[in-house]
Design a protein around this ligand. Structure first.
Ligand code: RB5
Length: 158
């Protein structure tokens, strides 16, 4: 996918604030269009608020993919996955970041700023951004089963 078609939304709590700024700058320098939903300082804040804003930007079409950062990446991913059609995961290696998109159509990358350094985070982010869903029958079948789980459990937002 061309960079100009791949608008990204990024958000972080206080734990991810500094890494967010570095990754935002990195994406802008690579030519991506990026929406920053905060946090805009490192005062204590709540990761579900940023998970909500990132998810909503994707679900309303303002962004195609998202990046969410907290201290570990865990809280951010738990919160983001409460939204139907959000497929978020913590990835602290480049293989998962690429394969998560190719096989699982992951649309939110979660990072733990207290776990990975800036250089590795940039490599992981690049792997995520450059990957595309492979749209194979077996991948779609599995994604359909996830939708069925969402339907059964009443997970709703759209
Ligand atoms: C905040 O201290 C921390 O709990 C949060 O950033 C995140 O790591 C949660 O998963």
């Amino acid at each position: 996918m061309k960079k100009e078609d791949l608008r990204i939304v990024i958000g972080a709590d206080h734990g991810g604030y500094h890494l967010k700024n570095a990754l935002l700058d990195y994406m802008l320098r690579m030519g991506y269009e990026v929406v920053d939903v905060g946090a805009f300082n490192d005062e204590p804040s709540d990761y579900p608020d940023f998970a909500r804003m990132v998810a909503e930007k994707i679900l309303n079409g303002e962004a195609l993919r998202g990046v969410l950062i907290c201290g570990s990446g865990v809280g951010a991913s738990i919160a983001a996955n409460k939204f139907r059609n959000i497929r978020a995961s913590v990835c602290h290696d480049t293989y998962s970041a690429r394969q998560g998109v190719e096989d699982d159509n992951m649309n939110v990358l979660c990072l733990g700023a207290r776990v990975v350094g800036e250089a590795l985070a940039k490599d992981i982010l690049k792997a995520f951004l450059c990957a595309e869903f492979k749209n194979r029958e077996r991948y779609n079948r599995r994604l359909q089963k996830i939708k069925e789980i969402e339907d059964e459990t009443g997970q709703s937002n759209t």
